[in-house]
Design a protein around this ligand. Sequence first.
Ligand code: PXG
Length: 288
Amino acid sequence: MKIYLNGKFVDKENAKVSVFDHGLLYGDGVFEGIRLYSGCVFKLDEHLERLEFSAKAILLDLPMSREELAEAVCECCRQNDLQDGYVRLVVTRGPGHLGLSPDGCGPAGVIIIADNIQLYPEVLYETGLKIITVPTRRINAAALPPAVKSLNYLNNILAKIEAKKVGFQEALMLNDKGEVAECTGDNVFVYSKGVLYTPPLDSGSLRGITRGTVMDIAEELNVELREQALTRYDLWTADECFLTGTAAEVIPCVEVDHRAVGSGQPGEISKRFISRFREKVTRVGRMI
Ligand code: PXG
């Protein structure tokens, strides 16, 4: 495996960063998770825009232009002979001193890893996922905007651990008002009485690229979509529920907090969105 590390391709064994990098010391940096489908990097431009916005929000100057980053992502896929896979693009604040201040840090580190992806087992797309609300709340926007895809994922990791400890693969996270924010690495949608709902960004959800794709599909399929604050009750009483994310794609969710959603089976709308999503993935992106 060849890793892109600060302008060079190096073997996995030699892909090493400084122990003084604030990305390691403080989670000070930003990242993107991107999919490659049949040689096409899905929505690369949108991912790079989100990376730029995340970097801007944490006052980190990206050391490369959008085009340079795009080319490096594509080259990393080519170097690894990949046609399908998952690309992790990471930008760290760079090596600095032991104090919190980023003064004296740099240059910013750029890492690109292109690998195969470990998906949820295919059977889960047919039977659906069961999720549970966890005590850990989504971080407050006044503390750190949840829209920033930073290297500090402890908030989500704690939620994931809490779900796993009680036997669930994914956690439902609420914001500090008790509204549904998102899952640890996926956005949430519900379908109720003919309308598709998803929490607005100010509920504490990431502007997911897959979420955006599902919104486009809703328009194409003439399904009414509302971005609206949701409660757990709205999920328990919905006809259908599904989650969206780069890794999970569109996956049905059939149980929330021990309550079956709808019939307890993946619904027809969820299935339509899943198949439409799968048709779309090789059509919107950049060929490597
Ligand atoms: N919310 C959060 C907090 C995320 O990190 C999504 C939603 C979905 O966004 P996209 O753009 O991928 O549709 C993410 C995605 C994982 C994992 O292991 C997920 C993400 C990052 C790292 C790992 O599921 N991000």
